[in-house]
Each structure stands twice: as structure tokens, then as C-alpha cells.
Design a protein around this ligand. Structure first.
Ligand code: AMP
Length: 228
């Protein structure tokens, strides 16, 4: 791990929840409304896979099978990103931590800079519905805006509402078979973090089954209160 995360007083937020819960969508909302930096370890790993780096090559098969990439690889990638200057504005972690080992390593990393996790927001959803949600989702290749075949189609077919881009992409691991493994991995290794943050007194729970704007409003209020 290189560098240190040393903001004056920047919030560190975590979004917890199974695949499909809307972590990416809500992280992007927090980025826009609060000027935070979205840190998605999934995006970082996909970039490493696309770049064909050593870490990416090691992670590829695990991601395709819906398992969790080793803490060593993920922590290296995350620590590196956290040390970059833009993170001094405050960060929203999306898809990290996913294991107790990662949560403890994050606490240690932040403590070095006199920081700590301010709020961990658990997005509570119905697992069964996540399979349909994930199987229909896609994003704009240009700006990353998320869409869904049934729940959120662009205003003009094939054109991004946000940036006007016309190239859409679907994730290789967003298929029904891999989703089941990803849900299993979530329950076995990530769900215990809800208790971890509850014990520290930093956990907030949000019902994430309703309309996106309502959930965003609830999360924005929580974050505004936590960072006031
Ligand atoms: P996501 O984009 O967050 O759904 O992540 C996609 C995939 O990347 C996951 O199914 C894991 O294989 C891997 N991944 C992302 N973040 C982590 C993490 N914090 N720890 C381990 N594996 C991760």
C-alpha cells in the first residue's frame, strides 16, 4: 500500500448491499450532490482486467464465476486509489469492503490519517427480485449512467439521457447464473459487515426496494445530517 489518505475533514461513506441493490446508482447521486468521489472496487477491477495487468489477470476468472477477488489484490488497488489527491474531497465506497478483513484494513488505513468511516448505509432489498434487476441492467459506455430494460429506459431509445452517448454496455457477470454465486458470496462474506458497523454505531439502514428518487432522497438526508 502506497501513500496516505490525508484530507482535512472529508467524509468517508460506505454503501453496503447485495448485487443489484443500487449501490452504484446511489454512489453516483452522492458524487453529484455532495461532490464526493465514488470509489467502486468493481469498476477498478474491471479496468484492471481490461488493461490486462497482473492483478486483472488474477481477478478475471474469480469475477466471471461470481466469487470474491482476494483481499490482497483489492486492498492494493483501493489503497492506491485512496491516496490520490481528489479523494481529499471525501469518498463514497461502493462495493468495498466486502469482507471483515477488508473492513479492518480500511479502518487501519483511515486511522493512519486520523480518519474513520463516518456512515455505513445498508441498502435493504429482496434478494429474489435482485436477479431480475441485474439481468436487465446496462450502462452508458461514455458516462456510466445506469439503465434497465424494464425499470429505467432512456428517453430516446439507445441514447444516454445524461451525456447523449449512443454506446451502451452490459457487464459480463450480469447473468442469472453468476448472480446466484454473487448473492451467495454476499451473504457468506459481506452481510456480516452490517453487524460490524452496527456495533461501531455508524450503521444506517435504508429500504431500497422503492423508486430510485425516494431512496436517493432518504440517503441524501442521512448524508447531509452525518456531514453537517
Ligand atoms: P461489483 O461491480 O461491485 O458488483 O463487483 C463485481 C465483481 O468484482 C464482484 O462480483 C467481485 O468478483 C469483484 N469485487 C468487487 N469489489 C470487490 C471487493 N471489495 N472484494 C472482492 N471482490 C470484489
Amino acid at each position: 500500500m502506497e501513500g496516505a489518505y490525508s484530507p482535512a475533514r472529508a467524509p468517508v461513506l460506505i454503501l453496503l448491499g447485495p448485487p443489484g441493490a443500487g449501490k452504484g446508482t446511489q454512489a453516483r447521486m452522492l458524487e453529484e450532490r455532495f461532490g464526493l468521489v465514488q470509489l467502486s472496487t468493481g469498476d477498478m477491477l474491471r479496468a484492471a482486467v481490461a488493461a490486462g495487468s497482473k492483478a486483472g489477470t488474477e481477478a478475471k476468472a474469480v469475477m466471471e464465476a461470481g466469487g470474491l477477488v482476494s483481499d490482497r489484490i483489492v486492498l492494493d488497488i483501493l489503497a492506491d486509489r485512496l491516496s490520490q489527491p481528489d479523494c481529499a474531497k471525501g469518498v463514497v465506497l461502493d462495493g468495498f469492503p466486502r469482507t471483515t478483513g477488508q473492513a479492518k484494513a480500511l479502518d487501519a488505513l483511515l486511522a493512519e490519517a486520523g480518519q474513520q468511516v463516518d456512515t455505513a448505509i445498508a441498502l435493504e432489498v429482496d434478494d429474489v427480485k435482485m436477479v431480475t434487476r441485474i439481468a436487465g441492467r446496462y450502462t452508458c459506455a461514455g458516462c456510466g449512467e445506469g439503465y434497465h430494460d424494464s425499470f429505467k429506459v432512456p428517453k430516446v431509445e439507445g441514447t444516454c439521457d445524461h451525456c447523449g452517448g449512443r454506446e451502451m454496455k452490459r457487464r459480463a457477470d450480469d447473468n442469472a447464473k453468476t448472480v446466484m454465486s454473487r448473492l451467495d458470496a454476499y451473504h457468506a462474506q459481506t452481510a456480516p459487515l452490517i453487524e460490524y458497523y452496527a456495533e461501531k454505531g455508524t450503521l444506517k439502514r435504508v429500504d431500497a426496494m422503492g423508486p430510485i428518487e425516494e431512496i436517493s432522497g432518504q440517503i441524501a438526508r442521512l448524508v447531509a445530517a452525518a456531514t453537517a
